[in-house]
Design a protein around this ligand. Structure first.
Ligand SMILES: [Zn+2]
Ligand SMILES: [Zn+2]
Length: 220
């Protein structure tokens, strides 16, 4: 076939398709806002953090072709965490999202295929830096929200290249182990049992019980 008219539209179609599959910031923010239930600075921070980190670890299609390559560890259970879940498609239920209760607005994004990992931390200074953006907005929180949309990434985040040792028991897939607590009889999956005085116990029976039983079920 000779060069000319026929090839060009095909090339354009491919480009258009690629552009369509790459969700834009606005689309991702709208989706995370829907899932989270409201728009807030945390949604903006979370969406921008996740987009920037995914790009740095070479993940372009987190909910499609790359979905099994991605693993995220979040260090806080706040608004931005929902945005990170929404953008990456990673979740607790899929075991591709892990929550570490550190209380730090940070998350580490891991490319399981390449081993490349980026820890992104929201900079505390961003609050003050945001004051020089959108000065026309009087409300402080509204101004932060709008400023976070346009501020350069380096004013919002620190990015560290890190290496993460992931535990086999924390990975997606079938549980490696299911054992029964020798005290209460509950079944414990994923290696979360503990051994106390040579007894296999669930964490509750080992002293971490967070509830107090008021009414026990009937014995069967
Ligand atoms: Zn929120
Ligand atoms: Zn138990």
């Amino acid at each position: 076939m000779t060069a000319g008219g026929k090839d060009e539209p095909e090339a354009l179609d491919t480009e258009a398709l690629a552009a369509e599959s790459m969700e834009t910031f606005e689309q991702l923010l709208a989706e995370s806002t829907r899932i989270h239930g409201h728009i807030c600075a945390g949604q903006v921070i979370g969406v921008r953090m996740a987009m920037a980190a995914l790009e740095r670890i070479g993940i372009s299609d987190p909910k499609g072709a790359d979905r099994k390559k991605l693993y995220v560890l979040v260090e806080i259970d706040r608004c931005a965490t929902d945005a990170i879940q929404s953008v990456t498609g990673c979740s607790l239920g899929k075991r591709s999202l892990r929550w570490l209760d550190f209380g730090i607005m940070a998350a580490t994004f891991v490319n399981l295929e390449s081993g490349r990992a980026i820890r992104a931390t929201a900079r505390e200074e961003a609050r003050t830096l945001s004051e020089s953006y959108c000065p026309e907005i009087m409300d402080k929180y509204q101004r932060q929200l709008e400023a976070y949309k346009v501020m350069p990434l380096e004013e919002l985040f620190f990015f560290q290249e890190v290496s993460v040792q992931l535990n086999d028991c924390d990975m997606p897939g079938r549980p490696l182990r299911r054992v029964q607590c020798q005290l209460c009889g509950d079944w414990v999956q994923d290696c979360r049992e503990v051994e106390v005085n040579s007894k296999i116990l669930c964490r509750a029976c080992a002293g971490e019980r967070y509830y107090h039983v008021i009414e026990a079920p009937k014995q069967t």
